[in-house]
Each structure stands twice: as structure tokens, then as C-alpha cells.
Design a binder for this molecule. Structure first.
Ligand code: PDD
Length: 285
């Protein structure tokens, strides 16, 4: 049984207990993060903690842990779980009140929970070893604050399930104007005419840390142009390459969207160049 952390204590995950009045349980009232760690080395730790602190600020949860406190927790947890290929899940909920009442309660101590789960080894820049993803698309029916990494994920879960039930690995989402926003648990990139294109950050999508690292790596270490602009659903279907990114997948190449072949149907050369640069620099972040 893996070792978890709950409110100051390390314990076997199956022994961790919270109150049924915890607002994370009742309302999904909390913020979470997933940080990849390979052999004890965290990827994107600083930006992940910045995003969590921003989210906690936006929903007015007053937990003021420093980066150092979070780093110590993450490193201890990875070590206790064998320092393999791990996703570190961090979760802060508003805590347990004495009643169920929607308004933010005063004087309640936030619940801090963390555990690790196994993830695949750090991806390598090798087309023969990469997994090609197939995805479906659907209109994004979630809320209008998708920039907040809220633990209230039912909208994401239902969209993921739509794709999953149809035999797909992810579901890419578009808005009422048929503009691609993100996927149910990933950000989206396309390659067209040699450019890497991804939707700009706004309230329709999560500011993904893999997205942030990938854009920075491409700009600093390659000559591949990167553009943040609106992508239409038609552009998605007609792209030369499609990628989805997240902390547990890194840059995943997509070769089928709604049953339509993307580009040549094979993993693309721009993916190879991007993954090569990412793999070389992932621990710089
Ligand atoms: N998912 N968009 C959504 C809706 C996400 O849930 C995620 C991450 C991303 C990518 O963000 P990042 O690169 O920071 O992981 C984009 C996480 C991994 C999850 O819920 O498991």
C-alpha cells in the first residue's frame, strides 16, 4: 500500500480518513495539482506550486505554505514511495465545517492531502516507443472558470467518459463557436505548415504546466515557431499533427480524431523534434 500524507501525518493510503463534512467531499471545494517525478526528480515543481497558490487565492482558501514546505512534502512522499516514476497528487480542500452551508465558513482548517501513483517512465524521443492516441471531440459543457484547477471535476469526468466509452483515449473540447479549447484532462496543440499552434490562455482552459514548459522549450531550444491563437475544429481535423499534453503524459501524439486520420496517420517529425528538446530540458523547470 502506498504511503499518503494527510494533515501533518504520513500513513498507508487505505488508512487515510476525512470527515464527510469536508467541503472537498460535499462541494468539490478545493484545489489540486499533479506533479510528475522520475527517480525522485520533480518536473515543473515551481510553476505547479505557483498555479496551486494562485488557485487557492482565487477561491480564498488561506493556506500559506511556502514552496519549500511543498517541496519537502513532495520529496518525502516520493522517497517513502520508492522514488520511481510517480505522479504526485496534492489536494487542498477548504476543510470540514460543522454543517452543510454554501458560503465559505470562517475558522475552518484546510485539509491537506497528498499521495503518489505510478506513471509511465519519462517519455523518450523515439517514434517506435511512443503511443499514438485516438480521441473524439465534443462541445465543452463545463463551467466558465476552467482556468481554476478545481477538485470539482464532474464536467471533466463526464467528457472523458464520453470519449472512453467510444473507445478513445481522450476527448477534445470545443466551444459554441467551434473553437478548440482543451481536452478533458489535457491541453491541445496542432502543427500546421511548420508552426506549432495552441489556444491562448483564458477562462476556457487550464494553464497547463506541460503546455508552459513545452512552449518555453520550443522557443528557447528549437527554431520551430510557436503561436498562441484560436484553433477551429476544422483546423484540428486538417492539422499535420495533433498533440495533447499533461503532466502524466507529457507530449502525446494523436493520430486519429473522430475516426479521421491526422496528417499521414503516423507520429510526426515535429513531435519528434519537440519531444527531443523537452526530454533534454524537462528537469530545468
Ligand atoms: N490534468 N487541462 C485539464 C482540464 C487538465 O485536467 C490538465 C491536467 C491539463 C494539463 O495540465 P498540466 O500540464 O499542468 O498537467 C489541461 C491532470 C494531470 C489530472 O487531472 O490528472
Amino acid at each position: 500500500m502506498s504511503i499518503a500524507y494527510l494533515n501533518g501525518e504520513f500513513l498507508p493510503l487505505d488508512q487515510a480518513r476525512i470527515s464527510p463534512l469536508d467541503r472537498g467531499f460535499l462541494f468539490g471545494d478545493g484545489i489540486y495539482e499533479v506533479i510528475p517525478s522520475y527517480g525522485g526528480k520533480l518536473v515543473g515543481f515551481g510553476p505547479h506550486i505557483d498555479r496551486m497558490q494562485e488557485g487557492l487565492g482565487l477561491i480564498e482558501i488561506g493556506l500559506n505554505w511556502s514552496h519549500e514546505q511543498w517541496r519537502t512534502l513532495c520529496e518525502q512522499l516520493c522517497e517513502k514511495n520508492g522514488n520511481g516514476n510517480l505522479g504526485v497528487y496534492l489536494h487542498v480542500s477548504r476543510g470540514a465545517d460543522t454543517k452543510r452551508f454554501h458560503a465559505y465558513p470562517e475558522g475552518v482548517t484546510p485539509t491537506v492531502f497528498a499521495f503518489t501513483f505510478e506513471i509511465p517512465a519519462a517519455p523518450v524521443a523515439d517514434k517506435s516507443k511512443a503511443r499514438a492516441y485516438k480521441v473524439s471531440t465534443t462541445e465543452d459543457l463545463r463551467w466558465r472558470r476552467c482556468n481554476i484547477k478545481s477538485t470539482a471535476l464532474l464536467g471533466n469526468v463526464m467528457h472523458f467518459q464520453q470519449g472512453h466509452a467510444a473507445g478513445n483515449n481522450e476527448t477534445i473540447l470545443y466551444n459554441a463557436r467551434k473553437e478548440v479549447t482543451e481536452a478533458s484532462a489535457c491541453n491541445v496543440f496542432i502543427v500546421k505548415g511548420g508552426e506549432v499552434i495552441t489556444p491562448p490562455l483564458d477562462n476556457q482552459l487550464l494553464p497547463g504546466i506541460t503546455r508552459l514548459i513545452l512552449i518555453d522549450v520550443l522557443k528557447k531550444y528549437t527554431k520551430i515557431p510557436v503561436v498562441e491563437r484560436t484553433i477551429t475544429l476544422d483546423e484540428l481535423y486538417n492539422a499535420d499533427e495533433v498533440w495533447i499534453t499533461s503532466s502524466s503524459k507529457e507530449i502525446a501524439p494523436v493520430t486519429l480524431v473522430d475516426g479521421k486520420t491526422i496528417g499521414t496517420g503516423d507520429i510526426g517529425d515535429t513531435w519528434l523534434a519537440a519531444e527531443t528538446a523537452f526530454a533534454e530540458h524537462r528537469y530545468d523547470y
